[in-house]
Design a protein around this ligand. Structure first.
Ligand code: ADP
Length: 196
């Protein structure tokens, strides 16, 4: 059984996945998998260098993300090609890692779970939800960014209402971390009871 965990920037996904982990539930981070499939020396990174030229690599042989972003921003064909290469690889790697987690269920943590249709891989989904003002406040406290930068990221993500409509479970994370912990514990009991 796979549970998808999502939420906008600063909603508390990392805090929530930390609670699942403390309960012994294996969590796979979609962003980490997406980075790992194009790590130095991987077949995918070699294919990217073949198409775009070695200027797409840093002097250390790592992917130059800024360059790649620029290329796919200016060419739909390049973007389509890249997605056709990476999406199946990322999906396969996520599923492999999820299957390696201990029973009875594992968690796929993905900020863009719905945007990238990763909820299709999940039996149930959990949205960590807070108002935008709380997102702005918590992210500016966590990172060295200003409210306008946080707002741009919020605006680039799916709206709260659309995510609420799509999620199986919604946890409001406006209270204390202890309250978040008890909400996750209640969900954990539900998933354990539901899993085959
Ligand atoms: P995300 O992973 O969704 O971007 P985080 O889990 O990193 O969000 O949470 C954003 C910030 O807010 C972190 O510094 C975290 O410690 C803090 N935070 C999360 N939930 C709460 C809460 N219920 N009360 C207070 N601070 C919180």
């Amino acid at each position: 059984m796979i549970v998808g965990l999502t939420g906008g920037i600063g909603s508390g996904k990392s805090a929530a996945s930390g609670v699942f982990e403390s309960l012994g539930v294996g969590c796979v981070d979609a962003d980490v998998v997406a980075r790992d499939v194009v790590a130095k020396g991987t077949p995918a990174l070699n294919a990217i260098a073949e198409r775009f030229g070695t200027t797409i690599l840093t002097s250390e042989g790592q992917l130059n993300r800024g360059f790649l972003r620029e290329r796919i921003f200016t060419s739909v064909a390049d973007k389509t090609w890249l997605e056709a290469l990476l999406h199946p690889l990322i999906r396969e790697q996520m599923l492999t890692q999820l299957q390696q987690q201990p029973p009875p269920y594992s968690v796929l943590v993905a900020p863009l779970l719905f945007e990238n249709n990763l909820d299709a891989l999940c039996d149930e989904t959990v949205l960590i939800d807070v108002p935008e003002s709380v997102q702005r406040q918590r992210v500016t406290q966590r990172d060295s960014v200003d409210e306008a930068q946080v707002q741009r990221i919020i605006d680039s993500q799916m709206s709260r209402a659309d995510k609420q409509a799509r999620a199986t479970h919604c946890i409001e994370n406006t209270g204390t971390l202890e309250q978040l912990e008890s909400a996750i514990l209640a969900l954990h009991r539900h998933f354990v009871a539901k899993s085959p």
